[in-house]
Design a protein around this ligand. Structure first.
Ligand SMILES: Cc1ncc(COP(=O)(O)O)c(C=O)c1O
Length: 328
């Protein structure tokens, strides 16, 4: 008898077979105490509760299992991926569990905790020049993957299993737990979260508005990119991003830090900086509409950003530090 059989017999849903089964079904929390409009409810979806710490657990599992099903990833094969953070950590954790060696390319300028997490999960790390940012790591990984066709290059920016994970899990969970949703707000990195969740929500109710949060051109908010910075992720093109997105809201690094601090001090939610950006975007929408329910994504927890001083340093110093550290 397997553990699953025993659990079924007992009617228990609390003992899981594997940490992989803990991915998804994340909780949602009402944070309307932050709303500038008494007729607008604000709800946070806590992706920080995933077992490897972020929204990227969903796509790491989905991309690996998809590659296994299609025979693009076979036992012992090396995985290679450019990532300055969450995707790399989730892939490294799952690769370790499943016995795949993995190489992650990341810019030198990421926070120390990210490198440490990759070390915890035994990934091989190749550092790329910090001044080239995440685009530099993507370029180098693409070159290496071409030189090593025997490796498995998952490439989250173009992998359909990325938005599909959100279409099949994040979207249905939000609609199940909060069917009164009127607006969905999230940051845009690969665009997988917005494309997959947004498409599912619009199919349930075409009136739900999908709102992307972007940093201003040339400025940095961790985890996020501005679509005008010269790179449009293929996922965004393939999932008809221009049609799917109803609005974009630009959020500055300082606002992201301020809102990340409000989340922890006023709601007890210890989140990463892109979550502050999502909240800032949600607050802008809240002050523009008469009534509604806005769901925004808390992508990850604050643990990996402690060394940056984002929570406790003087705000000017934290803002200056945020300019130097690349997180996406
Ligand atoms: C912390 C954080 N927030 C937001 C995002 C953006 O999510 P997505 O890649 O699904 O657009 C990312 C990913 O790049 C991230 O690491």
């Amino acid at each position: 008898m397997t553990l699953a059989d025993v659990n079924r017999r007992r009617g228990s849903v609390f003992v899981h077979q594997s940490a992989l089964d803990l991915i998804g079904n994340t909780p949602m929390v009402d944070v309307s105490n932050l709303s500038p409009n008494p007729n607008v409810r604000l709800v946070a979806k806590l992706e920080s509760q995933n077992p490897f710490g972020s929204v990227k657990d969903r796509i790491a599992k989905s991309m690996i299992e998809d590659a296994e099903r299609e025979g693009r990833l076979v036992p012992g094969q090396r995985i290679i991926e450019p990532s300055s953070g969450n995707t790399g950590i989730a892939l490294a954790a799952i690769a370790k569990m499943k016995g795949y060696p993995i190489t992650i390319l990341m810019p030198t300028s990421v926070s120390i905790e990210r490198r440490q997490m990759l070390e915890v999960f035994g990934a091989d790390i190749i550092l790329t020049p910090g001044e080239e940012g995440s685009n530099g790591a993507v370029r180098r990984a693409t070159e290496m993957a071409a030189q090593h066709p025997e490796w498995c290059f998952l490439y989250q920016y173009a992998n359909d299993a990325n938005p599909r994970a959100h279409y099949e899990t994040t979207g249905p969970e939000i609609y199940r737990d909060c069917p009164e949703i009127t607006h969905f707000v999230a940051g845009l990195g690969t665009s997988g979260t917005l494309m997959g969740t947004g498409k599912y929500l619009k199919e349930q109710n075409p009136d739900i508005k999908i709102v992307a949060v972007e940093p201003p051109l040339g400025e940095r908010v961790e985890g996020l990119r501005n679509l005008d910075d010269g790179y449009i992720p293929p996922v965004f093109e393939h999932w008809n991003g221009r049609e799917l997105l109803d609005r974009k809201r630009v959020v500055r690094p300082r606002e992201s830090l301020e809102m990340t601090r409000r989340l922890v001090t006023e709601c007890g939610i210890f989140a990463g900086i892109s979550s502050g950006a999502s909240l800032a975007g949600a607050l802008k929408v809240a002050s523009e509409i008469d009534e509604g329910t806005i769901v925004f994504i808390v992508c990850d927890g604050g643990w990996k950003y402690l060394s940056t001083g984002a929570y406790t340093d003087d705000l000017d110093a934290a803002e200056a530090a945020a300019e130097k550290i690349i997180y996406f």
